[in-house]
Design a protein around this ligand. Structure first.
Ligand code: ARG
Length: 462
């Protein structure tokens, strides 16, 4: 195949061998080949429709690109570093195959609008896959939430026992995080769905092109409104990385909880053996490697966001070669994000809840102290006084090493005369959660309503 540089006309000396490899991107941007071909086919069709290319030339280009597509799929394409990037590799192969018509494909186009188009086409598909995986994970959460709607565990603030909550309610908290993540990807996909092609190198082109037609062929909502902006900005990549980082931050929080919950000291859950590994030295170990690795991978995704922001910072208009550096961080972000979502969606349904351990933990740490205060308020005590009274009762329990519900009625009445026999109904864990019976509350009844509403929400926007 020709290895002659497609831009060599004005050069008298060959490229330095190291510089050739240093400036090439084909090793990684060949991943965009399918989108480069789609973009080229649409461009050729638009040129033919506008009479800039002959219909026969267009046909040969399309057929030639189809053959290249098949060769690439078969692993039978000679990627060449001398041809720098995916765009020039494909164009050179096309010209090798079909001759002069191949040389006409680049009419009214530049690699600058070409690459900006390829990356958007590729990312649009990836976002779609990421959204589907997010939905699969959310469905798994709703299934567990249904199963464990009544299961009680300690709710924490500051990782100190706060109030009893239901496990279903906790799973729904994760569901909500993912719901917003899904929406962020949706927003990003909508905003980036504008076509750069036609911007050419930076200023547009002198040919009578029809950018709206190209946009329609490629499924974009419209052409980018400004050619300088079209070839130069990568804010869509940054926006995607920000959404990816937020999702990874959420996954890292979930990971952390799974790791804590599966420790011997908590013992709230058991992760399936198929998602854990052992230790080569300590025979007893079953390590939560999957959530640990996901927690760790959040670091590289956040790093890529910083990398892309820094890449774009202070770049003058329009295209600069700096932008070639957008691809590896984006590819790595997408690969890792998809991996993390997949492994969570697969792992979460396999979690076993150890209800007994959760219950016993909830009985420690005075999780129903707020319920006692609320009880006193209902009997006419101002909340601040009630808070004080319960604080004293808790201090006594700490001294004795017992729970509030272990105090006798007489002892409780020593703290407040308005306490009567019915107080014990409010000091049970079931009573505590059932009482939080309003939208967004932890009562099993509300959890079931929220689950039903959640199924509707994801059905409405699959
Ligand atoms: N490989 C380049 C990139 O990824 C393609 C665009 C190159 N354009 C240029 N004028 N050198 O950005």
């Amino acid at each position: 195949m020709t290895e002659k540089k497609l831009w060599a006309g004005r050069f008298n000396q060959p490229t330095d061998a190291f510089v050739e490899a240093f400036t090439a991107s084909v090793e990684f941007d060949q991943r965009l080949a399918e989108y480069d071909i789609q973009g080229s086919m649409a461009h050729a069709r638009m040129l033919a429709r506008q009479g800039i290319l002959g219909d026969d030339e267009c046909e040969r280009i399309i057929q030639g690109l189809e053959r290249i597509r098949n060769r690439i799929a078969a692993g039978d394409f000679p990627w060449s570093v001398a041809l720098e990037d995916v765009h020039m590799n494909i164009e050179a192969a096309l010209t090798d195959d079909i001759g002069d018509a191949g040389k006409k494909l680049h009419t009214g186009r530049s690699r600058n609008d070409q690459v900006a188009t390829d990356v958007r086409l590729w990312l649009r598909d990836e976002i779609h896959i990421i959204q589907q995986e997010t939905r699969r994970f959310q469905q798994a959460l709703l299934q567990i939430a249904e199963r464990e709607a009544e299961t009680i565990l300690p709710g924490f603030t500051h990782l100190q026992t706060a109030q009893p909550v239901t496990f279903g309610h906790h799973m729904l908290a994760w569901f909500e995080m993912l719901q917003r993540d899904h929406g962020r990807f949706e927003d990003c996909a909508i905003r980036m769905n504008e076509l750069p092609l036609g911007a050419a190198a930076l200023a547009g082109t002198t040919y009578p092109i029809d950018r709206e037609f190209s946009a329609e062929l490629l499924g974009f909502d419209r052409p980018c409104a400004n050619s300088l902006d079209a070839v130069s900005d990568r804010d869509f990549a940054i926006e995607f990385s920000a959404a990816a980082s937020i999702l990874m931050m959420h996954l890292s929080r979930m990971s952390e909880e799974l790791i804590i919950w599966s420790s011997a000291q908590f013992g709230f859950i058991t992760l399936s053996d198929s998602f854990c590994t052992g230790s080569s030295i300590m025979p007893q170990k079953k390590n939560p490697d999957v959530p640990e690795l996901v927690r760790g991978k959040s670091g590289r995704v956040f790093g890529h966001l910083m990398g892309l922001l820094t890449l774009m910072k202070s770049q003058p208009l329009a295209y600069n070669k700096d932008n070639q550096e957008d691809k590896e961080p984006l590819f790595d972000t997408v690969d890792n994000l998809k991996g993390c979502l997949k492994v969570f969606a697969d792992m979460v349904p396999e979690i076993t809840c150890n209800q007994e351990a959760m219950r016993n933990a909830t009985l420690k740490g005075f999780a129903t102290a707020t319920d006692l205060a609320d009880y006193l308020v209902r009997k006419g005590t101002p909340f601040r006084d009630a808070h004080e009274v319960v604080g004293k009762a808790v201090a006594l329990c700490v001294e004795r090493g017992c729970d509030l519900s272990d105090l006798s009625l007489q002892e409780l009445q020593g703290f407040s005369a308005s306490i009567t026999e019915d107080v014990f109904d409010f000091l049970t864990l079931e009573g505590s959660v059932a009482a939080r019976n309003h939208i967004g509350g932890t009562a099993p009844k509300q959890v079931r309503l929220a689950i039903a509403a959640a199924w509707d929400r994801i059905r409405q926007q699959p």
